[in-house]
Ligand binder design. Structure first.
Ligand code: SF4
Length: 436
């Protein structure tokens, strides 16, 4: 065990990963020895996710593991951070008395006190300061969290209860951070929030996403800017126009729709309709912008007809990437008390059915890309298969498809490559020219 060393276990989404990098950054500038190996560190911070029961169960499993390690002296202090303390407050301390301190999602600045003085802090007041970061992603790509919290009130979602209303970071601070990331070798900047199309509404009184993107487009050294977590609202149309003219924003959008049946969208309290979604998807397709979306099956009151409507939609729109989730009846969500819950067996059937459509879409996507020459970024070399693994401009890291390449390449290289083989979710390409 290295003295004064601390490591972090980062659970959940990319927004949590950014918070984990900031927690490490704050500890690093406060004199702690940062370790990426929890086996050797004196202190551990577990940055939790809590928006689904399965995520809370995972967090409790990890906490239990470290409680056992603490009992045999393999770790001195356990700090639990993030969404679980933010949602459940001090409940975790009574459930796991071995935990030394808790910090919420708005308390990154309090992590030092948490470790040094076992002082817990869970505040509802958003932090607006961009703490220094210690990178935990591959050198050439990084997430830029432009805001957190959410003003929507989707009935199945408890994130607003965890993170509060939308709170954006100042444009100047974000551009400065983007420039320092680019200076440190980041080529692909991935813009995230709970819903990036709400950016600025709290601090500028109106949506300022396109204005922020115009500034990010001028950041020197960035090659690609990728947009995740949008919402099918009117703000999408300006965004699509700007993506078409932008120099660095890649032709890719992540836009979770959750469902397309108007009855279900109303019950989900989604501020959109099937007609709106179709209009946005048609605009994206006309602009050759790749679409990642996600849907929920088995929401209360979902009939066979509602489900067939959803299945038909994902089949006919053949999005590039599709996340499919079974409805999880979350105790603190608005839809928890809805009667006519869909039986688990039916949820499973519907999940399987949509996954089959997704596999077909993935195979057809491969056929569409076969023979095409595309910009590809190289992520790493896989010793097992003796090939480089990368992604096309239409694929986000960690969640989308991969490309296998051979040749004199390096991690972070962006090159043009011809797709010579295509399989569902995997492509093989031959590097053409213009390695950069
Ligand atoms: S948009 Fe809806 S699903 Fe997404 S974080 Fe906000 S409330 Fe949750």
């Amino acid at each position: 065990m290295k003295n004064n060393s601390v490591s972090i276990v980062s659970l959940g989404c990319a927004k949590n990963l950014v918070d984990s990098e900031r927690i490490l950054g704050e500890l690093g500038v406060s004199g702690f020895d940062i370790s990426f190996n929890s086996e050797e560190s004196e202190f551990v911070v577990i940055n939790t996710c809590a928006f689904l029961k399965s995520a809370r169960d995972e967090a409790e499993e990890i906490i239990s593991e470290f409680v056992e390690k603490k009992k045999i002296g393999k770790v001195k202090k356990i700090v639990v951070a993030g969404c679980y303390p933010a949602l459940e407050g001090h409940m975790l301390l009574s459930k796991f008395p071995e935990i030394d301190a808790l910090i919420g999602t708005n308390n990154i600045g309090d992590v030092v006190k948490a470790i040094k003085n076992n002082r817990s802090s869970i505040s509802r007041v958003p932090e607006r300061y961009l703490y220094p970061r210690i990178k935990a992603t591959l050198p050439h790509y990084e997430y830029l969290k432009i805001a957190d919290g959410c003003n929507h009130r989707c009935s199945f979602c408890i994130i607003p209860k965890i993170k509060g209303r939308t709170h954006s970071f100042q444009k100047e601070d974000l551009v400065k951070e983007a420039q320092s990331l680019a200076d440190s070798g980041v080529k692909e900047l991935i813009v995230i929030a709970q819903d990036i199309t709400q950016y600025g509404i709290d601090i500028y009184g109106k949506v300022e996403l396109v204005s922020l993107l115009k500034s990010l487009d001028k950041v020197k050294g960035l090659s690609w800017i990728r947009l995740l977590y949008t919402y099918p609202s009117n703000a999408m149309l300006d965004l699509i126009d700007y993506i078409k003219d932008s120099e660095h924003i890649v032709p890719y959008i992540d836009i979770p729709i959750q469902h397309v049946s108007d009855k279900i969208l109303r019950n989900m309290k989604r501020a959109t309709s099937k007609k709106d979604i179709e209009f946005i998807f048609n605009s994206l397709k006309k602009s050759n912008i790749a679409i990642r979306t996600s849907v929920i099956v088995g929401f209360p009151h979902e009939t066979g007809d509602d489900f067939r409507e959803l299945k038909q939609f994902v089949s006919s729109y053949e999005t590039d990437h599709l996340g499919v989730f079974e409805y999880s009846n979350e105790e603190k969500s608005g839809s928890f008390s809805f009667n006519e819950q869909v039986p688990d067996s039916v949820k499973k059937e519907r999940l399987e059915a949509v996954l089959e459509v997704r596999d077909l879409n993935a195979a057809r996507r491969g056929e569409r890309l076969l023979g095409k020459e595309l910009p590809v970024i190289v992520d790493y070399y896989d010793n097992g298969i003796k090939r480089f693994v990368g992604r096309t401009i239409y694929d986000a890291p960690e969640i989308d498809d991969v490309v296998y390449l051979t040749g004199k390449l390096n991690s972070g290289t962006i090159c043009n490559a011809k797709i010579v083989e295509a399989y569902p979710y995997e492509l093989v390409a031959k590097v053409k020219n213009g390695v950069r």
